[in-house]
Design a binder for this molecule. Structure first.
Ligand code: PLP
Length: 393
């Protein structure tokens, strides 16, 4: 029987019907440009500002601290380049971690080319940032620290509040958090998390449209625009606003926040059942990421004597769509930098398989998936001389 099971919700989600329903009128009737001063423009502008208020409420932020962007990648770039170049005269030191998304990693590498000094913090075997090393690295020259809220590959959630405390106690650096995987899933309250100065989020991770994101920038943070053009978004992000996208993102976030507790409970239960079965029923397998401090929808395994791409393709033939690592690195043959950072060998990292569950996932899908995994892994191993010689032992 051909199945069609989507288990790649960390890569992206579908757009919820309720979200789509709010977006269509902004494309058909109220399609004005928010910068226009006629009624069409005023209506669009009103809708944008209403959405901004809604999003700010969910995050416990002021609406004037929310800036709309084209997604997580742009938000990360705007946060990092925007703060670094505006504050270069205060010192050229930036700190990030070894497990950041390429949007942060590559923005930091660019800074290095431009004369900034960047430190990449180690993580432990579970993917938690080394807090002592952070303390050691912070100096008077540090202008920015960028640490992700939750990792897209292994699901580990960082002790963000603690990290923020350390940054503020030991430096004058701004604190940027890539919350692309966390927003919508984890309860992010920027009133409580007062050490966060900037935070990136992206609509397509919580059942909103792709190409739509936002950046929270706390009032008083010195940052400059990266994309130049008109005076939209208070001159911090030029370009005509993606009005339907903005309205859709606000609706998606509002729904995610309202349903969070119940949905996370359901997902955690499904995830734990999946992890338990895989670890119990299969051999030469390890779970990557933190056991407890982990996104409710993430399970990441490494299978010994397996090549992740082959596993992915064979599972795909059985109608199961998952990932070998993050979607962004799937096209590359390099092992995941995240898995290497938690201490895996190249071989083990290559045998990784990420399952991320979501709204449409039911237990039967995961049962089918574990059965398929067992068969596919066994078939692939039977072709591995290394595995055969190990088994003969
Ligand atoms: N940061 C993290 C942690 C992500 O998982 C992603 C996307 O997977 C991004 C940034 C980039 O977001 P976008 O796809 O909206 O550009």
């Amino acid at each position: 029987m051909k199945k069609d099971i989507y288990l790649d919700y960390a890569a992206t989600t579908f757009v919820r019907q309720e979200v789509l329903d709010t977006m269509i009128p902004l494309m058909r009737q109220s399609f004005g440009n928010p910068s226009s001063i006629h009624n069409f423009g005023i209506e669009a502008k009103k809708a944008v500002e209403k959405a901004r208020t809604k999003i700010a409420q969910v995050f416990g932020a002021n609406s004037e601290d929310i800036y709309f962007t084209s997604g997580g990648t742009e938000s990360d770039n705007l946060a990092i380049a925007g703060v670094a170049y505006a504050n270069k005269n205060k010192g050229g030191h930036v700190i990030t971690s070894k497990i950041e998304h390429p949007a942060v990693m590559n923005a930091c590498k660019r800074l290095e080319k431009d004369g900034f000094k960047v430190d990449y913090l180690d993580v432990d075997e579970f993917g938690t940032v080394d807090i002592n090393q952070l303390k050691e690295k912070l100096t008077n020259e540090t202008i920015l620290v960028s640490i992700m809220f939750a990792n897209n590959e292994i699901g580990t959630i960082q002790p963000i509040s603690k990290i923020g405390e350390i940054i503020k106690a030991n430096s004058k650096a701004y604190f940027h958090v890539d919350a692309v995987q966390a927003a919508g899933t984890v309860d992010v309250d920027l009133k409580k998390l007062a050490s966060i100065d900037l935070m990136s989020f992206s609509a397509h991770k919580f059942y909103g449209p792709k190409g739509m994101g936002g950046l929270f920038v706390r009032k008083g943070t010195k940052f400059s625009a990266v994309q130049l053009g008109g005076s939209q978004e208070r001159k911090k992000r030029a370009g005509t606003e993606n009005v339907p996208g903005i309205i859709g993102m606000a609706k998606a976030l509002e729904l995610a926040a309202a349903e969070r507790t119940k949905e996370n409970e359901r997902l955690s239960k499904l995830r734990d059942g999946l992890i338990e079965r895989v670890l119990k029923e299969m051999d030469y397998v390890r779970l990557n990421g933190h056991k407890e401090s982990r996104l409710p929808n993430n399970a990441n395994f490494s299978f010994g004597f397996i090549e992740g791409e082959s596993l992915l393709l064979r599972m795909n033939q059985r109608g199961i769509a998952a990932s070998t690592g993050s979607a962004c690195s799937t096209a590359s043959l390099e092992p995941s930098h995240v898995l290497l950072a938690i201490g895996l060998s190249h071989e083990t990292a290559h045998g990784s398989y990420r399952i991320t569950i979501g709204k449409n996932t039911i237990k039967e899908d995961l049962d089918y998936t574990v059965d398929a995994l067992r068969e596919v892994v066994s078939a692939l191993r039977s072709m591995s001389p290394l595995y055969r010689s190990k088994e003969k032992g």
